[in-house]
Design a binder for this molecule. Structure first.
Ligand code: C5P
Length: 289
């Protein structure tokens, strides 16, 4: 039996770091939403005990460092499952980009193998397991739009944001999330107004959403990779309504409402940026239990 699962990328509409915790993680407050740029995973049961990862890109590990592998292994060990799984990943989300591609693959494996192994776990139970794999996996289990707190795993659902285009551009560098957090200095950073962002989403207020895009990690990534800051400035000049770096970067995204502006921005960026995507917000949560 085969199952196809979609694993969408996420963007952070806001990302605040409140303080460094005693366990080494940072206490966060983030507004996240999924966009229509997705990896596709084909899952299949194996009669033997193996978990096998197939992927066409050399940037994705095919062993136990892969988050999709970890997700299958976690379910298999926790529920004492005898059969194996073959996981084929069609990678469309840029890797190490701030778009939670690996976390979304892991979440898709949790949702899909829950069905194939007939475990009947709820989304809440899968999200709790996901937190053991990575901080963004819980959000990705639900998808849609949410306020994420704690290490990123405490999820409060939000309604879909007002509709618009999202133009994503990824410079040709990979950023280590751990290193960005390590170099973050909270003295003097401008914190996002998370409540204003949440209110804008509830009110369907596109301009309020644009006005409150904010990410404290920009201060670190811009310092070490000035290219990312330049890209953000270019996107503003090309006519974006608002621009922000996603997660720890280096992907920068622009919001625009009008098709003509989206085209102008997309064409302008394609001139010199290798990975550019114009997609829609997905906004809505995964519905199955
Ligand atoms: O949880 P995950 O493995 O995705 O996080 C990657 C790294 O990012 C962590 O090892 C940690 O250094 C940093 N991090 C953090 N605080 C968070 C989430 C991640 O410091 N809330």
């Amino acid at each position: 039996m085969k199952l196809l699962v979609k694993a969408p990328a996420k963007i952070n509409l806001s990302l605040d770091v409140l303080y460094k915790r005693t366990d080494g993680y940072h206490e966060l407050e983030m507004v996240m939403t999924t966009v229509d740029l997705a990896d596709r995973l084909e899952l299949e049961l194996l009669n033997d005990d193996r978990i096998v990862i197939h992927s066409q890109t050399r940037f994705v590990p095919d062993d136990d460092r892969n988050l999709a592998y970890k997700a299958a292994k976690l379910l298999k060990d926790r529920f004492n499952i005898k059969s194996g799984a073959s996981i084929t990943i069609e990678k469309n989300i840029p890797v190490a980009a701030g778009l939670a591609g690996g976390s979304s693959d892991a979440a898709a494996v949790l949702r899909g193998m829950n069905k194939l192994w007939d475990l009947r776990l709820t989304l809440d139970e899968l999200a709790e397991l996901g937190a053991e794999i990575g901080s963004d996996v819980s959000f990705c289990v639900y998808g849609g739009t949410a306020l994420a707190k704690g290490r990123g795993e405490i999820i409060t659902p939000l309604p879909p944001p007002p509709n618009c285009w999202v133009v994503l551009a990824k410079p040709a560098i990979g950023v280590s999330t751990a290193e960005v957090y390590e170099h973050l200095n909270l003295n003097g950073v401008i914190h996002p107004n998370t409540k204003a962002m949440v209110d804008a989403i509830y009110q369907g207020d596109y301009h309020g959403m644009c006005a409150n895009l904010s990410n404290v990690l920009e201060s670190v990534t811009f310092k070490y990779f000035p290219k990312v800051k330049h890209l953000k400035d270019d996107m503003k000049r090309f006519g974006a309504d608002a621009v922000l770096m996603s997660g720890s970067g280096p992907t920068v995204f622009a919001l625009v409402q009008h098709d003509s502006r989206m085209q102008r921005l997309y064409n302008g960026l394609r001139g010199y940026c290798h990975q550019v995507y114009a997609v829609r917000l997905l906004g809505k949560r995964n519905e199955f239990s």
